[in-house]
Design a protein around this ligand. Structure first.
Ligand code: E4P
Length: 217
């Protein structure tokens, strides 16, 4: 399973990247806003740091304008994945980008039907939003499972990039189902290391060690 980090926070990406935890990065207009940075500058900085795909999202809503924006974003670095929304115009732009050999991440996917269209339009990645489905009382993990089944049935090469991840359980559930990639905020990835029994066990070991009066160094 590949790990993408869902942020435009360069320091947070660096911390995880230095540990070998980063296979790619996803950004979106909200994350660019949160970073307070210029999209072209911050995306370039991320691309220079991370060798895997870095998603940069278009904001136009009409195919021709999306294509112009996407081609500009693709010039930032060879590892840019142009991110387009799952609309008919987005699919049109996806097909155009894919035909020219660009990586495309089709985002804002909320149904298996949408995922089929993205695969047929040549998307490199499909981004189903688990958390936002769960927020609306629809099972996001079930959608990942459905897309996995469909893509495997027809040997679609589009990678399932599970997005809108809110919890550690989302990540392990995606891993069990066979999502190709998860993209999660840095805090959720770091939370994977935490377990109450690890904390309790370490606390006991340290207390007992102190009683031995020994030191290793
Ligand atoms: C990733 O590509 C998405 O933009 C992101 O995961 C959305 O997450 P959110 O629903 O927490 O905003």
């Amino acid at each position: 399973m590949k790990f993408f980090v869902d942020t435009a926070d360069v320091a947070a990406i660096k911390e995880l990247n230095d540990l070998g935890m980063v296979d790619g990065v996803t950004t979106n207009p909200s994350l660019i806003l949160k970073s307070g940075r210029d999209i072209l500058e911050v995306t370039k900085e991320i691309c220079d740091m991370v060798s895997g795909p870095v998603s940069a999202e278009v904001v136009a809503t009409e195919a021709k304008a999306m294509i112009a924006e996407g081609l500009k974003l693709a010039k930032i670095a060879p590892n840019i994945a142009i991110k387009v929304p799952l609309t008919w115009d987005g699919l049109t732009a996806c097909k155009a980008f894919a035909s020219e050999g660009h990586m495309v991440n089709v985002t804002l996917c909320f149904s298996a039907a949408q995922a089929i269209l993205a695969a047929k339009a040549g998307a490199s990645f499909i981004s189903p939003f688990i958390g936002r489905l769960d927020d609306n009382n629809i099972d996001g993990i079930e959608l990942i499972a459905d897309i996995r089944t469909i893509y495997d049935n027809y040997d679609f090469k589009t990678e399932i990039l599970a997005a809108s991840i809110r919890s550690v359980n989302h990540i392990t559930d995606c891993a069990k189902i066979g999502a190709d990639v998860i993209t999660a905020p840095p805090a959720v990835i770091k939370a994977m290391a935490s377990h109450v029994l690890t904390d309790r066990g370490l606390d006991q070991f340290l207390k007992d060690w102190a009683k031995t009066g020994q030191s290793i160094i």
